[in-house]
Design a protein. Structure first.
Length: 187
C-alpha cells in the first residue's frame, strides 16, 4: 500500500486499487480505518500557504490521503487480506500524523470496524478468541515445535493429483488421500 497526503481542500480519502472488483467506497475497510483514525485521534492539520508576499494559515483542517492498494489476496477468501489492509491503513495514518495513538489504542480501536484486524497488531503468532478481536500472543517456539515435531509423515510422498484432507477421528488426526488414511499425525 502507498499513502500520500492530499491537499487541504480534499474532503475525503481517495482509494485506488489494482483489483477493479474491489469497492473503493466508504464501505471499504481501508476507508473505514482512515475515518476511524481521524475520529478517534481528533487530529487536525494546520497548513501554512505562502503566496507571493502573503501568508495564509489554515487551522483545524482534517487530513485526507490518497491510498494505492496493490491487491494480491483474493477478496473475501477468509485469508485476512481486508483486515490486514485496514491495520496497515491505521498504522500508516498513525505514522504520517506523528504517532497520535499508542499500539494499545490501535488494537482497541480496530475492533470497532472489524473482528480480526486486531490480530495484525500482534507479534504474528497468536491465539484469538471472541470474534477474533481478543488476541493472546503465543511464543513462536510453540508454532515451530508443532510444525517440526508433530507431523510424522512427509507430505512429499503424496501425489499432487490426489485430494488431501486432514481428518480428525476419535481424538486423533489423520492425513487422508482419495478416501484412504495413509498415516496418522498427532496435533
Amino acid at each position: 500500500m502507498y499513502f500520500s497526503m492530499l491537499s487541504p481542500t480534499a474532503t475525503q480519502d481517495e482509494l485506488v486499487c489494482t483489483d477493479p472488483s474491489l469497492t473503493v467506497t466508504s464501505d471499504n475497510l481501508v476507508i473505514k480505518a482512515m475515518n476511524l483514525m481521524r475520529n478517534k485521534t481528533g487530529i487536525e492539520t494546520t497548513y501554512i500557504v505562502y503566496y507571493f508576499i502573503l501568508t495564509f494559515t489554515f487551522i483545524g483542517i482534517k487530513q485526507y490521503f490518497k491510498i494505492k492498494l496493490d491487491k494480491h489476496i483474493p477478496i473475501q477468501a477468509g485469508l485476512g487480506g481486508g483486515s490486514g489492509n485496514a491495520a496497515t491503513a491505521m498504522h500508516a495514518f498513525n505514522v504520517l500524523m506523528n504517532y497520535p495513538a499508542s499500539l494499545e489504542q490501535l488494537r482497541s480501536w480496530s475492533g470497532d470496524i472489524g473482528s480480526d484486524i486486531t490480530f495484525f497488531f500482534s507479534s504474528g503468532t497468536a491465539y484469538c478468541t471472541g470474534r477474533g478481536e481478543i488476541v493472546n500472543a503465543l511464543p513462536v517456539s510453540l508454532l515451530t515445535n508443532l510444525l517440526t515435531h508433530s507431523l510424522t509423515y512427509s507430505l512429499t510422498h503424496l501425489l499432487t493429483n490426489e485430494g488431501v484432507a486432514i481428518v480428525r477421528q476419535n481424538g486423533s488426526t489423520y492425513i487422508q488421500t482419495k478416501g484412504r488414511i495413509v498415516n496418522s499425525i498427532s496435533i
